[in-house]
Design a protein around this ligand. Structure first.
Ligand code: FDA
Length: 370
């Protein structure tokens, strides 16, 4: 006899929602998590009263009211609006590319002047063979050289001339003076940090930290009648067809005895020479007034098995490999797969919420997004 109705592997957003939905239906749930804390990549750690986003900046946003309201069951959101600043060798530009950016670049004032300047700079190219040709044909030399080239090359570890145009199919140019990075209707940061949200989701579940499911699979499987696995798909099948590749990040966190280090939550460093792509100053996500601050420098890095996987490599080889793993996964009787690692997809949090609710409904009944 199984002791639990459901075993959830991974306490990130996907696993926590599956666990919550199961508990809400009266099921008994065991959650195992290989890290020493819950929350997956949404985890925030409190330092001097500041919620530090340990795995990169997390800003919740959606235009789907049902998703926003679903998450609001677990927290109240503040009114943070992401307005990052791009730093190119000490020159500061607003993001996303909008009239403030164009004014700082060229002194233009009206949208017509900005459009004319972009048109003058564009390098026509009908069939761009690489990212450089593609971006030059869309936005011209200044935006490409100062705001796209260095940042993208650091992010992907390759020159833009060796990157495919598909990395940036569209470059939104906003012809109004508006620095809000996102177009979504709802946006904010949970007051009290993300970890508190995940804790609430997991209420009523037994959670075992520092427990690697794959290291003790047989014994853990025996404890529950159903399993939902949110770890990497290739590791579940012991990398039988080779690893599904990722791009990774390394974070350097620093606590500083200053009240305000950079005056904004997210500053991008768009030149090629600065080794990091961004500095996050966490207190600004929550309008913090603490006397100290915590910053995190974000360094893109190569990925190999064993290093934290962040961004799936969206190329044909990895997609084909994923399909082979997916077929194997479909053959599993007791274990179901989901989340950004189980599905080998980049999922924003809103996509994760939507996917978890839809999958819960498909697997165990229920209504999906409510
Ligand atoms: P997640 O990776 O969070 O959780 C999986 C959990 O499973 C982990 O805790 C892991 O330790 C555990 N696990 C894996 N294998 C295991 C095993 N064998 N045994 C036990 N446990 C195991 N989204 C957004 O909306 N706004 C934003 O600003 C950002 N920002 C952002 C920045 C960066 C750098 C990244 C990479 C991603 C974002 N995101 C985001 C996306 C967001 O992080 C994502 O949607 C969720 O974390 C996905 O939650 P999951 O539960 O699927 O995975």
């Amino acid at each position: 006899m199984s002791s639990y109705d459901l075993l959830v592997v991974g306490s990130g957003l996907f696993g926590a929602i599956i666990a919550h939905e199961a508990r809400a239906e009266g099921k008994t749930v065991l959650v195992v998590e290989k890290r020493d804390h819950i929350g997956g990549n949404c985890y925030t750690e409190e330092v001097d009263g500041i919620h530090v986003h340990k795995y990169g900046a997390h800003i919740f946003r959606t235009s789907d009211k049902s998703i926003w309201e679903y998450v609001e069951q677990f927290c109240e959101f503040n009114n943070f609006v992401n307005s990052p600043v791009a730093n190119y060798k000490g020159e500061l530009y607003n993001m996303p590319f909008n009239m403030n950016t164009f004014h700082a670049l060229w002194g233009v004032v009206t949208p017509d002047e900005a459009r004319a300047k972009i048109e003058e700079q564009r390098v026509a190219c009908e069939n761009p063979r690489n990212l450089e040709e593609h971006v030059l044909s869309l936005v011209g030399r200044d935006v490409y050289e100062k705001l796209v080239k260095g940042y993208t090359e650091k992010q992907w570890g390759k020159p833009c001339t060796e990157l495919p145009p598909s990395i940036m199919r569209r470059i939104p140019l906003r012809m109004i003076y508006d620095n809000n990075y996102f177009n979504d209707r709802y946006q904010g940061i949970p007051i009290g940090g993300y970890t508190a949200v995940l804790e609430k989701m997991l209420e009523g579940c037994e959670v075992r930290l520092s427990t690697d499911y794959l290291a003790d699979k047989e014994a853990l499987d025996a404890l529950a009648s159903q399993v939902v696995y949110t770890g990497t798909l290739d590791s579940y099948f012991d990398y039988r067809f080779g690893p599904l590749e990722y791009r990774s990040l390394r974070f350097e966190h620093e606590r500083l005895d200053v009240e305000n280090y950079q005056g904004v939550a997210v500053m991008n460093f768009n030149d090629r020479e600065t080794p990091y792509t961004r500095i996050i100053e966490h207190k600004h996500f929550e309008f913090g007034t603490q006397p100290t601050t915590v910053i995190s420098r974000e360094y893109p890095q190569e990925w190999t098995v064993g290093i934290e996987p962040f961004y799936p490599m969206e190329d044909a080889e990895n997609r084909a490999r994923f399909e082979r793993y997916r077929e194997l996964a479909e053959g599993e009787e007791k274990v179901r797969f989901g989340g950004r690692l189980g599905e080998y997809r980049y999922y924003d949090m809103q996509d994760t919420v939507k996917s978890a609710l839809a999958k819960y409904a498909a697997w165990f009944g229920g209504n999906g997004v409510r």
